[in-house]
Design a protein. Structure first.
Length: 471
């Protein structure tokens, strides 16, 4: 089957649906997503919320300053300004259209505090904000008469004369189009310990690189400090940072505290990893959190069953959570390939630098998804049919992929060394080529190339490296 669309959006998380909703009904748009966005991808799993400068004591400038500091000043100021200045409009639009968020008794929006923010500025719905947001966007998306939805996976981008000409889907369908918006998420699902779905494997980055798009900063992988430490083959449940914003403390089995809970996320993750390496178990103590069951029903639910205890302690560990690098874009999502756009976690527009500020990613999807959709819909393109191509190979879930995840995590986890990275790259040389091995190589090579530790990238063999542990 072959069909023409004005725009094809790959991914139906917050960035993809924001792009769709920014396009007018004069365009025919295809949205590709392997399953329902209500339970695939990353948006629906987001807990804490959306950071946005809407509070009376807040401003886009303060939000931008916090974002720059968290990024270790490697973020691009113009991109950060765009995020923080346009964020309030995007979020206000959602609230005006009925997005349900937590409010006080007077109906005023409540703002949560998270690490490295100088103000409480995270709007949320309990600890399942992602579900509320994607549910809202999905209802609106389904009402778009100009959109066709394909429950499929994109397996190759096709070029004609160096410009986008089409997209090949896993079932062999070819979508002819002059414009593709990649909004397919990051690659945290390639790590053994991850808060993200196993299906989130960075395919968009590999598809874009395959057609020559520039990619950067893949070494910056954000590990969330507090995933629930349980044995599972799937993603680890996240214990939102908002819990620490609400007073939860990190403790060793002795009850001793060892790190300030609201230090930047990378520092807290490394402090926990270091304690675990010394043989300690690390717990999140939820006792100080007021109205725990009401405000954080997801976290509270973990206190039942085998984890029930009077002490309200949950065992935690760092887990891959968000991948900062990606396909390089301008402020309207344009990549270095004509007709190809990217937005959200798959993209690198420059707002995170070496470390993403907590709860900036849903805002990123809203702001830059919207901009990419608007630009793609209004840009003029001459289109010619692309030659057909072959699908890229993707590994099946099974022992090979489990081994890949284990070795990938050993090499590119919270703490990296040149020896470990080189060993992983050697191992990859003997593996069949797939989306996963291509991505694994790109990440390991980036991590090897950056020999100094900065932000989320920590090389224990770098002279400047120091793990931040109190006392
Ligand atoms: O802890 C959290 O709720 C995660 C927030 C984020 O990744 O931005």
């Amino acid at each position: 089957m072959r069909e023409f669309f004005d725009v094809v959006i790959i991914g139906a998380g917050v960035a993809g649906l924001s792009a769709l909703l920014a396009i007018d009904d004069s365009q025919r748009v295809a949205v590709i997503n392997p399953g329902s966005p209500l339970d695939t991808g990353s948006t629906w799993r987001a807990q804490g919320g959306v950071a946005v400068a809407l509070g009376n004591d807040d401003s886009p400038e303060l939000h931008a300053a916090d974002t720059m500091v968290a990024s270790r000043h490697l973020a691009e100021p113009r991109a950060v300004q765009t995020l923080t200045q346009e964020g309030p409009d995007r979020v206000t639009e959602l609230l005006d259209r009925g997005l349900d968020v937590d409010r006080d008794a007077d109906g005023e929006t409540l703002f949560g505090l998270e690490a490295a923010h100088c103000r409480a500025r995270v709007i949320h719905q309990k600890d399942h904000t992602g579900k509320a947001l994607i549910g809202h966007l999905w209802e609106r998306a389904k009402a778009c008469r100009y959109a066709s939805f394909f429950s499929q996976r994109a397996t190759r981008l096709l070029l004609h004369n160096s410009a986008i000409g089409g997209v090949l889907l896993a079932d062999g369908t070819l979508l002819d189009t002059p414009r593709v918006i990649l909004a397919s998420g990051g690659f945290a699902g390639l790590f053994e310990a991850s808060t993200t779905g196993r299906e989130v494997r960075g395919e968009g980055i590999v598809l874009a690189a395959d057609v020559g798009a520039r990619v950067r900063d893949l070494e910056f992988v954000q590990f969330h400090p507090t995933a629930l430490d349980i044995a599972t083959d799937g993603p680890l449940p996240l214990l939102t940072e908002a819990l620490r914003g609400g007073g939860a403390k990190l403790r060793l089995e002795s009850g001793e505290r060892f790190v300030e809970e609201l230090r930047p996320r990378d520092e807290v993750a490394r402090a926990i990893a270091s304690m675990r390496q010394k043989g300690h178990t690390v717990y999140l103590d939820l006792k100080p959190v007021e109205r725990l069951a009401e405000r954080f029903p997801g976290a509270y639910a973990h206190l039942t069953g085998s984890l029930r205890g009077k002490e309200l302690l949950l065992p935690v560990r760092p887990a891959a959570h968000y991948t900062i690098g990606g396909v390089v874009t301008g402020l309207d999502g344009q990549t270095t390939v004509s007709g190809l756009y990217a937005a959200g976690e798959v993209a690198s527009v420059g707002i995170h630098g070496a470390n993403r500020l907590a709860s900036n990613s849903l805002l990123e999807g809203l702001v830059f998804g919207h901009r990419a959709g608007r630009h793609a819909a209004t840009s003029l393109r001459v289109w010619a049919p692309a030659p057909e191509g072959r699908p890229m190979v993707r590994m099946d879930e099974g022992p090979e992929l489990a081994l890949f995840r284990r070795l990938f995590e050993e090499a590119t986890g919270v703490v990296r060394t040149s020896t470990g990275l080189a060993r992983f790259l050697d191992w990859l040389n003997d593996q069949p080529v797939s989306v996963e091995t291509i991505l694994g190589r790109m990440v390991a090579e980036s991590a090897l190339a950056r020999s100094e530790s900065v932000g989320a990238h920590f090389r224990s063999d770098s002279s400047s490296s120091k793990i931040h542990v109190a006392g």
